[in-house]
Write a protein that binds this ligand. Structure first.
Ligand code: GDP
Ligand code: MG
Length: 163
């Protein structure tokens, strides 16, 4: 089976880190500066036996759109459009932020299958944030750590169930 996965979420939640892990190489720029990945990047991805194309996106803050943010929004919506499935990432350390709800609404409106990943869950202090993620209305949050590779089997299971 061949399919396309778009990684969506507000800046700094760990989209590029997950992209790099799935793509198996250091491609996307990971930075502490929100929204630093400005170009949409597509690469062959793999999660155990699953093979797919993975699309990294810049994400967009819900602030009044500058032209850069406008481009990032268009790029995000194009990625969702192109994808068979969306991995929606939130930051379980931070909990739900207003921008997460905005992004979740955009994803929900497309009707695309979505897997909700509660990233940065390598520490117990993230449990509350992961539970809060239920509020996004995107189904069960899957705790993962994109940086440390935790929760990848659960992520695989959720993807197969959602497709
Ligand atoms: P993006 O803006 O959504 O693409 O986020 P990035 O992938 O650039 O990551 C933003 C920041 O979060 C970087 O400092 C990453 O190192 C960090 N980060 C990403 N994944 C994890 C994780 O699983 N745990 C922790 N603690 N930090 C992470
Ligand atoms: Mg990025």
């Amino acid at each position: 089976m061949s399919f396309k996965v778009a990684i969506i979420g507000r800046p700094n939640v760990g989209k590029s880190t997950l992209f790099n892990r799935l793509a198996g190489r250091k491609l996307a720029l990971v930075d502490d500066t929100p929204g630093v990945t400005r170009d949409r990047r597509v690469h062959a991805g793999k999660l155990y036996d699953l093979r797919f194309d993975v699309i990294d996106t810049a994400g967009l803050e819900d602030a009044a759109a500058s032209s850069l943010e406008g481009r990032m929004r268009a790029q995000t919506e194009a990625a969702i459009d192109e994808a068979d499935l969306v991995i929606f990432i939130m930051d379980a350390r931070a909990g739900i932020m207003p921008d997460d709800r905005t992004f979740a609404d955009v994803v929900r409106r497309t009707g695309k299958p979505v897997v909700l990943a509660a990233n940065k869950s390598e520490s117990r202090s993230s449990e509350g944030g992961a539970i809060e993620a239920w509020e996004l209305g995107l189904g069960e949050p899957i705790p993962i750590s994109a940086e440390h590779g935790q929760g990848m089997a659960d992520l695989r299971h959720a993807i197969v169930e959602a497709l």
